[in-house]
Ligand binder design. Structure first.
Ligand code: HEM
Length: 219
């Protein structure tokens, strides 16, 4: 019965074809270094799921941000776990995306015909770091406040455009409710949307071109 229903659905949606295309591809004999991209992808999904749960209780205003995090940690059932996964997952994602980049660099996987895979990867790396930077302010504690003060100040030291960029990042001359609101918006909407778009191209290319084989000594 279940088989009949499945084949009825499959006849209409063609899901077997999609499944075969994505998971039943021919891959060269590879090693554990080639799993770093998938590990990063997994961490990205984990960040999305835990992040969505965190927004249920987190309040992005200077009056409530700190207390809402305290409540997530101490009052919400398994809140500490969800926040803990999101917190450590963020650091892990940066480590993994960097390791994945090093792997593709040292195995020369960025060469023809994978230049665009590398190119989208560069922006994926920058966006991942951007997620970390914007997320760091959200707990609105002393460390978050001063780290962002210093971070935005560093951007301000850029010649010519520095002052402008610093004001745009802060939404004024100093850190305020506006800074927190825009960091929150960029953290939960802008960067995730950018990463999702870039990933669509990145993974489409991985499937279309196929994965590179580890380079050999005589190549
Ligand atoms: C959110 C970040 C990223 C995710 C989720 C991701 C995901 C993936 C996945 C699943 C693959 C398949 C092969 C593998 O896992 O090694 C891959 C391949 C590749 N990625 Fe990424 N990637 C990311 C960031 C980057 C970055 C930062 C770079 C470099 C700047 C990069 C460059 C490449 C290249 C060149 C390939 C082709 C590798 C080959 O064919 O051997 N990626 N990526």
């Amino acid at each position: 019965m279940a088989e009949k229903v499945l084949s009825w659905v499959d006849e209409r949606l063609g899901l077997t074809g999609v499944y075969n295309l994505i998971f039943d591809r021919k891959v060269p004999k590879v090693n554990w270094w080639f799993t770093l991209g998938s590990a990063t992808l997994f961490l990205f999904f984990l960040q999305i799921v835990t992040g969505v749960f965190l927004t249920v209780y987190y309040v992005p205003s200077p009056d409530h941000a700190y207390d809402s995090i305290q409540y997530i940690m101490n009052g919400v059932t398994f809140g500490w776990l969800i926040r803990g996964i999101h917190h450590w997952g963020a650091s892990l994602m940066v480590v993994f995306v960097f390791a994945h980049m090093l792997r593709t660099f040292f195995m020369a996987a960025y060469k023809f015909p994978r230049e665009i895979t590398w190119f989208t990867g560069v922006f994926l790396l920058l966006s991942t770091v951007g997620m970390g930077f914007t997320g760091y302010l959200l707990p609105w504690n002393q460390r978050a406040y001063w780290a962002t003060t210093v971070g935005t100040e560093i951007a301000g030291t850029m010649p010519l455009v520095g002052g402008f960029i610093e004001r745009v990042l802060r939404g004024g001359n100093d850190l305020s409710a506006v800074t927190l609101a825009r960091f929150f918006a960029v953290h939960i909407w802008f960067f995730p949307a950018i990463i999702a778009g870039l990933l669509a191209i990145h993974l489409y290319l991985v499937i279309r071109i196929g994965i590179s084989a580890p380079p050999k000594r005589d190549e």
